[in-house]
Design a protein around this ligand. Structure first.
Ligand code: PXG
Length: 301
């Protein structure tokens, strides 16, 4: 395996970072999780834009342009001969001293890891997930805005531990006012049923970023597919867990999960207790898009 580390492709053994790196000492940095499908990098520009925005929000200057970062990502995928992959891009504040002051960090560290994607079990898609509501609240947007994809994931990790202890794969985080925010690594959507079983009055609802969520790239893609392909109404609107319990369908979206149905929340069966038809159609549309679009890793693939 070849890993990109500060401008060089090095072996896994050589890919080492100083214990004085502020990414390690303070979680001071930002990252992206990106996928490549069939030799194309999916939504690469959107991921690079979000990385730039995360860095901008924490006053971190990335020493590469978006074009240079894109080339480094493609180069890392090529070096590992990967066509279907998970790519982790990490930019830390860099090596400093034992104080918080980022001014002591002279150069950000940049790491790109491209690996085979560890897919979720197929039964998650065919049968759906059970989730719980975590007692841990989502970070306050006024403190650390969840739109920043920072290296400090303790908020999400604490909720993930709650899920594991309840023997379920995911947990819903509420914000401090009790509105549903998102899951530990995925955005959340509800389907509100239309009358008569047609899709005409069906509405897709997801929390607005003002509630305190990461502005997921899969979230934006699914909202677009729902509008353009399924002709659904799509709303960004705050809601409570009551609206999750009483939804016709619930699903999660994320780079790793894609679109994944949720069939049980806090012991309540959602809808019919099996993945719904809107979720099924969105899974299909999303997978089709991943086959057809993306930045080619090699010309012509
Ligand atoms: N919310 C949070 C808190 C996330 O971390 C998402 C939503 C979905 O965003 P995207 O842009 O992926 O649709 C995320 C993304 C991992 C991993 O290795 C985590 C994410 C993405 C890819 C891999 O745990 N989180």
């Amino acid at each position: 395996m070849k890993i990109y580390l500060n401008g060089k492709l090095v072996s896994r053994e050589q890919a080492q970072i100083s214990v004085f790196d502020h990414g390690l000492l303070y979680g001071d940095g930002v990252f992206e999780g990106i996928r490549a499908y069939h030799g194309r990098v999916f939504k690469l520009r959107e991921h690079l834009d979000r990385l730039a925005n995360s860095a901008q929000a924490i006053l971190l200057t990335i020493p590469l342009t978006k074009e240079e970062l894109e080339a480094a990502i493609i180069e890392t995928l090529q070096a590992n001969s990967l066509k279907d992959a998970y790519v982790r891009v990490i930019v830390t504040r860099g090596v400093g001293d034992l104080g918080l002051d980022p001014q002591k960090c002279l150069r950000p560290s940049i790491v790109i890891i491209a690996d085979r994607i560890a897919l979720y079990p197929e039964e998650y898609y065919s049968h759906g997930l059970e989730v719980i509501t975590a007692t841990t609240k989502r970070n306050l947007p006024e403190a650390i805005n969840p739109c920043i994809k920072s290296l400090n994931y303790l908020n999400n990790i604490l909720a993930k531990i709650e899920a594991s202890r309840a023997n379920v794969p995911e947990a819903i985080l509420l914000n401090k006012d009790g509105y549903v925010a998102e899951c530990t690594g995925d955005n959340l959507f509800l389907v509100r049923g239309g009358v008569g079983g047609g899709l005409e009055e069906t509405t897709l609802v997801t929390p607005p970023t003002s509630v305190g969520v990461l502005e997921g790239i899969t979230r934006a893609t699914v909202m677009d597919l729902a509008k353009t392909r399924l002709k659904l109404l799509v709303k960004e609107e705050p809601f409570t867990v009551y609206h999750v319990y009483t939804a016709a369908e619930v699903f999660l979206t994320g780079t790793a999960a894609e679109v994944i149905p949720v069939v049980k929340v806090d012991g309540r069966r959602i809808g019919e207790g099996k993945p719904g038809k809107v979720t099924h159609r969105l899974i299909k549309e999303f997978r089709e898009l991943t086959r057809l679009t993306g930045v080619p890793i090699r010309g012509g693939t």
